[in-house]
Design a binder for this molecule. Sequence first.
Ligand SMILES: [Fe+2]
Ligand SMILES: [Fe+2]
Length: 270
Amino acid sequence: MSFDLPLNAQNTNVVTDHHAAPVKDTVTDPMIDIERWLAHFRGNQENRAEPEWEAPITMSAATIKPLLRSLEQFELGDGGGPDRLIARNADSFRCGTVARQELVDMWFVEEKEHSRLLGGLVQRFGGRSIQGHWSFSAFCLSRRILGVGFELSILLVTEIFSTAYYRLLCQHGEDAALKGVCRLILRDEAGHVAFHRDRLARTARPGGYGRLWEMGFRALAMGAATMLFINHASALRAMGAYGSDFYREVRHEIALFLRRLRAETAAYSE
Ligand SMILES: [Fe+2]
Ligand SMILES: [Fe+2]
């Protein structure tokens, strides 16, 4: 199931032949405001202070142990895998225009950076980077076989509920480096979610996305968030954050996303 309607939108004239060269057009991509988002991704590379890696570690071993297992998985899952869209038909989205290809690459460069930052925390707390995990394998398999519409949807909902996870780590984690990493990732993910929301709003069908679409989107996001919670609850709990805190944050992020999507869709249709 895909929530990425623009791939089927009527007003797109982008390249869909996998073997065709991307259109050398940086301005008139019908799906994405290229100039706005190229400027965003370039600007976001500025003023990025490194986390305080040398700050003393004051969290207890009992807190660090489950946190470490969680961070190891996030190092792999948040940018530690393939640095590109991997759906079997990914080129139908990525290669629409040269500039769109550049945008997608810039998005994945930021994801790679998340993995580097999380790897720094894993090292700091005495852990080792992992090369695989069943949840990450399932995540990649679904992205590969279900097509790029689904892949964009699942990456978007992952960014939405990961925001809840990083915010709780930032609020509850008594560690300067941990807070520094979370602040950088939260800043990037806010941009990624806004990027996806903008392209969805820009290519909505007349009348917007509707209640049924929103229900499906909520169900996908809540289901995926629960998959994450199953694996990471012990880390959150060790730091004093509970399931109720996690789901409150997730519901808040989903509601915020849908409210802004409605408003931006309405603004584009005026
Ligand atoms: Fe990320
Ligand atoms: Fe992201």
